[in-house]
Design a protein around this ligand. Structure first.
Ligand code: NAP
Length: 314
């Protein structure tokens, strides 16, 4: 019997068809169908759905749903919009995405380490001036979040020779990386950090964790890279510290509102580099392979993959 796998997502039809085209050959005996193409019978029997920014009202119309496979790594919206334990949420944990994110973390850390924003500003003002260049080992990088993405980033930064410290909820060991947990660990790490990189998921505990209080612990001239989710950082507190010269620069890939509205002052802030959420795009090829392997395993054995812990929120 053919299993119907609903594909539920708010995305242009061509993009949905690209995903379905990539996954269909990897799920023999299944039919992957966009929500609009589902028949009543398909809706009532589906146990698993593939989701990408789904409309919760559509998911609510799948009464037999046991779990959803997200095509994105960040699932804070799904967690908020699908409360309760009835449907498990499986997020995308893709080693390729970890490599892509680690590459972005290294690239933008080097951008700050090599003073690129300052030399760009000097060029515009026709100023020929050289500044001291610390060795990588003298540059202290602090990573918030040592999960799938943070761990790989920490390894790549340490491999480049930076002095890397990392903070997470539970004790974690990474070679050549100083790790810590808890609020004292966070405060100590911030106080020794020249470039702070945020790779925390957005949860009730991490929302606003980078506040005036915590950001003020960073040494003068420290810089911030936020690649996780906008609301993890209190934007007003960050811009105040940039305006006062306490912090030197921020590279922001994620924002409270995306796309960043044209009237946002962040666009033109001289100490902010704005990126349009590009640090680690989902790759259709590798993400499809992971999602399909999870679904094949479930159809064969009835076992669901590891899912989001509702209490922790990630
Ligand atoms: P993950 O594997 O779930 O790792 C999350 C890390 O954060 C873990 O180390 C976890 O600690 C730590 N953490 C969570 N809550 C914490 C808390 N309250 N206190 C201390 N540490 C806490 O997630 P991931 O795959 O690395 O992804 C991280 C985030 O990156 C995603 O949630 C998403 O928002 C973002 N992202 C952004 C992009 C982009 O293009 N900008 C792309 C993909 C993902 P434990 O290790 O102890 O669990």
């Amino acid at each position: 019997m053919t299993s119907v796998i609903p594909f539920v997502g708010k995305m242009p039809e061509a993009e949905a068809r690209e995903w379905i085209g990539a996954m269909a050959p990897q799920l023999p005996g299944c039919r992957i169908a966009r929500f609009v193409d589902l028949k009543d019978d398909d809706r009532s029997t589906a146990e698993v759905a593939i989701v990408a920014n789904p409309d919760p009202a559509e998911l609510a119309m799948l009464p037999n749903l046991k779990w959803v496979q997200s095509l994105w790594a960040g699932v804070e919206r799904l967690v908020a919009e699908m409360p309760g334990d009835a449907v498990r949420i499986v997020r995308l944990a893709d080693p390729q995405m970890a490599d892509t994110m680690a590459e972005a973390v290294l690239a933008w850390t080097l951008y700050l380490h090599r003073d690129m924003p300052r030399y760009r500003a000097q060029q515009l003002a026709r100023i020929w001036q050289q500044h001291a260049l610390p060795l990588p080992v003298e540059r202290r990088i602090g990573l918030l979040g040592l999960g799938v993405l943070g761990r790989r980033s920490a390894e790549l930064l340490a491999g480049h020779g930076f002095s890397v410290a990392g903070w997470s909820r539970s004790n974690t060991r990474i070679e050549n990386v100083e790790t810590s947990t808890g609020s004292q660990g966070l405060r100590a790490m911030l106080a020794r950090t020249d470039i702070l990189v945020c790779l925390l998921p957005l949860t009730a505990e991490t929302r606003g964790i980078l506040s005036a209080d915590t950001l003020s612990l960073l040494p003068k001239n420290a810089a911030v890279i936020n690649f996780s989710r906008g609301p993890v950082v209190q934007t007003g507190a960050l811009t105040a510290l940039l305006d006062s010269g306490q912090l030197s620069h921020a590279v922001l890939d994620v924002f409270d509102d995306e796309p960043l509205p044209p009237q946002s002052p962040l666009w033109t802030h001289p100490a902010i580099t704005v990126l349009p959420h590009i640090s680690a795009p989902t790759n259709v090829g590798t993400a499809s392979a992971i999602a399909c392997a999870n679904i094949r395993h479930f159809l064969k054995t009835g076992e669901m993959p590891e899912s989001v812990n509702r209490e922790r929120g990630y």
